[in-house]
Write a protein that binds this ligand. Sequence first.
Ligand SMILES: *Cc1c(COP(=O)(O)O)cnc(C)c1O
Length: 506
Amino acid sequence: MSGEYSDEALRNRNVSIDISGEDFRKLGHALVDDLAEFLESLPNRKVVNSKSVKEVQALVGNDSLPQGGTDPGTLLKDTTKLLADYSLFNGHPGFMGYVTSSAAPIGMLGDFLASAVNQNVGAWQLSPVATEVEAQTISWIAELIGYPSTCGGLMVSGGNMANFVGFLAGRKSRTPWDIRKEGIQKQTRQLRVYCSDATHTWVHKAADLFGLGTDAIRWIPSDLDQHMDVEKLELQIEADIKVGFIPILVAASAGTVATGAVDHINKIADICEANDLWLHVDRAYGAMAAALPEASEDLKAISRADSVALDPHKWLYAPLEAGTTLVKNPQDLSDAFAFNPDYYQFDLEGDQPPTNYFELGLQNSRGFRALKVWLGFKQVGGPAFVDMIRQDIQLAQAIKEVIDQSKELESFTRHLSITTFRYVPNDLSDQKAEQLDYLNQLNEALLTQLQKEGEAFVSNAVLHGTYVLRACIVNFRTTLNEIEKLPEIVIRIGRSLDVDMRPQPS
Ligand SMILES: *Cc1c(COP(=O)(O)O)cnc(C)c1O
């Protein structure tokens, strides 16, 4: 053989990336020991050890691409320490920001296991067990939330992708021409999609990416409680049909991202049925609450949706990333996504055709995301998830209660496990309307300071022009103790900022 490497070198390749079984065992044990310690230490750490961008860049190091190696034991140890010292911990009991959950430890181990076996869950033949585990995970999620068991679905990276899959299935199903082949270029008639103005930003991306353009979105106003105004939806659809637009899809929210509000899904489903529109429900956050026996009729009305997007990395406490799309009619997924290139021969002989997930979604090669979710279900069972979700909701109610007990705090909404509130200095409580701008600025500064201090972590929302703090509990580590501490923290920071920020009367 010609070339730089001798036959001998190619026969006994000295590949430094590989690690012997013995070393792997040692490295793995040491890593697991460090991580166990890290997890135990979480409650005693701050939610975040705030550093500037520059400082963090310096911590990561400004070196160029390494030209040599590092001992993997040292490498893992140092990297674990770096991450443990300077990350923001959504697994901290005091973390109540956004909708990011604490990760279940079984899921962490599941991800490790999944990458060790390294299945390509694009095709059954490449991942027989993993494909069936994913299929089972999908059907368990459907069962948990009361979606028809005959549904199809797949795992994706998160809520945005899950919504895209539903959007594309709906686009294909309800566009009156072959949109996959012809696109929208030749058409003079324009498609329209409908959602409330409280919808998460995924819908901008979907309308943009999938060729409709954001002008195709009809933003239906939401009422004061953040629900889509159903009458306005109906009128808008009617008006659009009259002038020749083609309505194809309504995206309802079950647990809006800002406040957790659940749209009137039953009424929206009636309108979709009457107009033959695809009903997609973005339940990325709220979906799992449908598992509660006491869930509202609207939450339970998911069984009427053509597609549902939800996030196991939210209320099933799976480590990132894990999103799921459920589609009522499984055929809609292959209709929307399958192509049959001749370099893939994955149709096996046998009585039951295998599931090849690459035909049912956007990805080709796919990781084994289902495993961490499946292990969680197996570890504790469905009812335990129902309990954890119910407790999260009860803790959010408790936040509202402790807020309402304080004269300096004002609560706004409480839907699912999200409570919104703000700080109002005592002497301004009669002038909230006149002082709106100041109170917005004050609460915005308050949030920045609170996040920086790292004792607790909440995020924000803007409700019809009012800037509010927003606590969202999707965290099995949060207890009543953290909830009861929250008012103190907010009031202390609020008072001190008010002294500095209050405009002097001129
Ligand atoms: C979180 C969320 C999304 C986005 O999901 P990602 O997992 O962050 O991609 C979309 N819609 C709603 C209602 C959400 O709560």
